[in-house]
Design a protein around this ligand. Structure first.
Ligand code: HAM
Length: 520
């Protein structure tokens, strides 16, 4: 059957957005736009410039930055192999030797990406082949008269098969789960350390994490974030970054905003604290749930994050990082608090605030807002000195945050800060060919003056046109019939009270302008 015929036979099927992803529709998108416009404005007043980043990156970038043992990297990333080339087809080779040779050639020429994993797979395959060739040499003459029942021969064949399955033909790429790593990558790639420091960048866009979807948690979600890279690590920088988010939230009239801060120390003091925490946790291990028990080994700090009810009493008695900070970290933390006070930014110290990504050090913060239920963190951020260096750049200070835009919008909606349905300013009810030409010109002029205009494509009886205007929430109906056109006097009906009046074209524009100014 031809492809076309097969297509015809396919039954129609309804598709749905993939679990954890969703469509954003009007009028809600108007609120998204308002939020984003406000971010552009506020961040610009703080001297930040916008950076637009790719949606996918080399997987290794996230592994290194965020950390192999974090939930994000170990469980939640959308990773796939980009597939630019084909491995030589093993069935085209009568023997394994020439096949191996061909694979080696493709690897040397870069037709198979020269990744560490591929280099190792090739070496392993080569070793197996040599072992197999040695076995083969030991065979009595004539033993090859059929498929020999030799363990080494079979092993080599299996290995060849396995190799063709496991070798990564393309680069391994990941849909970005966050953007700090990408900003640091871009900072290094574009030599931004040569620019006046610090470099202040912000971004917005979709991120991807394979989490269990629930209210405020999606697999494709949106962040608005900012990063300050380079220059000093003065506490004033931390405080100003936090002040900027708070100003943004204030501008949006976000309700119930609560800022929590903490210092999680540095490479000097944190390991010692983590050890004492681990030692204490081991003493109470059997009173903890399976997640926390596992975390005693992998990342004891994350136990402090636990929401499990029965663990709360135990956690309250654990050692606190504030008592273990080295002198420099303690001084930095007091500096940040003082700077926040100078800026009139209210905060709560939360010694249990640890962030889920490995790159953080010293200042960590989270902001919660009203109406979000369990997923109430609307912003998270912190300092990450050293991350740029880890990505091959010069030693560089860094601090930033990311706002969960979906949650921000949810909170604004719950507190009634969302704009309602945006109706049209003017619905043009026209009848007759001459009136149509005038209607097209009127729509053009009104739109140019900034009014939202609905111009129906076909003629309608006035009664039908008015009810359509009403359904669309139009404020006014502009009535254009043959009389209006020949008189040069247009009828404008105000739908809210049914009143109507006649205007010349320039008077009409003036009237609408005044009305708009009054209502905004
Ligand atoms: P994060 O805490 O992983 O930090 O994410 C920041 C914010 O993104 C969260 O507070 C939350 O509002 C939102 N968010 C995270 N996951 C989801 C999800 N599955 N659905 C909806 N919203 C979500 C970072 O991403 C860091 N890169 C922040 C940063 C920038 N630190 C320094 N610079």
């Amino acid at each position: 059957m031809s492809e076309g015929a097969a297509k015809k036979e396919e039954k129609p099927r309804k598709f749905q957005a993939i679990r954890g992803t969703r469509d954003l529709l009007p009028p809600e998108t108007a609120l998204w736009n308002r939020v984003e416009q406000t971010a552009h404005k506020v961040f610009t007043t703080f001297g930040f410039g916008e950076i637009r980043l790719p949606i996918f990156e080399d997987t290794e970038l996230f592994r290194r930055s965020i950390g192999q043992d974090t939930d994000v990297v170990s469980k939640e990333m959308y990773t796939f192999e980009d597939r630019p080339s084909e491995l030589p087809d093993p069935s085209k080779f009568a023997e394994i030797g020439p096949f191996l040779q061909e694979v080696r050639r493709a690897f040397d020429k870069g037709e198979i990406p020269k990744t560490v994993a591929n280099r190792e797979a090739l070496a392993r395959f080569g070793e197996k082949f040599t072992a197999f060739a040695e076995e083969y040499q030991r065979l009595p003459l004539g033993a090859m008269g059929g498929l020999p029942d030799l363990p080494a021969y079979k092993a080599a064949f299996l290995e060849a098969f396995h190799f063709t399955r496991t070798i990564k033909l393309g680069e391994e790429v990941t849909l970005r789960p966050e953007a700090t790593a990408s900003v640091c990558r871009a900072y290094v790639e574009h030599g931004m350390s040569n620019l006046p420091q610090p470099v202040k960048l912000y971004y917005m866009g979709p991120m991807f994490r394979r989490e269990r979807p629930q209210k405020g948690r999606y697999r494709q979600f949106y962040q608005i974030g900012a990063e300050v890279l380079g220059g000093s690590d003065a506490p004033a920088i931390d405080a100003e970054v936090i002040e900027m988010v708070m100003t943004f939230f204030d501008r949006l009239e976000l309700q119930g905003v609560q800022l929590d801060i903490n210092s999680i120390g540095c490479r000097e003091c944190r390991p010692k604290y983590v050890e004492s925490l681990r030692a204490e946790l081991l003493k109470v291990k059997d009173q903890l749930g399976p997640d926390s028990q596992r975390r005693i080994e992998t990342n004891p700090l994350r136990v402090l994050d636990s929401k499990v009810e029965s663990e709360q009493g135990i956690i309250a008695t654990l050692p606190r990082i504030a008592d273990h900070l080295c002198e420099a970290c303690a001084a930095h933390y007091s500096g940040v608090k003082r700077q926040l006070e100078m800026r009139g930014v209210f905060f709560r110290e939360n010694w249990r605030l640890v962030r889920g990504l490995d790159y953080y050090m010293r200042t960590s913060f989270e902001i919660t807002a009203q109406g979000l239920g369990a997923q109430n963190a609307v912003c998270g951020g912190g300092r990450y000195d050293g991350l740029v260096e880890l990505l091959g750049g010069p030693p560089t200070k860094g601090i930033g945050f990311a706002i969960g835009e979906d949650r921000l919008i949810l909170s604004l909606q719950e507190s009634g800060k969302a704009p309602g349905q945006q109706g049209r300013d003017v619905y043009i009810a026209w009848m007759g060919e001459r009136a149509h030409a005038t209607a097209i010109r009127a729509a053009k002029d009104l739109r140019k003056a900034g009014f939202s205009v609905e111009l129906p494509p076909g003629e309608q009886k006035f009664g039908k046109a008015l009810s359509q205007a009403d359904k669309l929430g139009a404020k006014h109906a502009l009535i254009l019939g043959d009389n209006e056109v020949s008189e040069g006097l247009w009828t404008l009906k105000t739908l809210a009270d049914g009143s109507q009046a006649k205007y010349t074209e320039p008077d009409l524009l003036e009237h609408l302008r005044k009305q708009k100014a009054l209502s905004s």
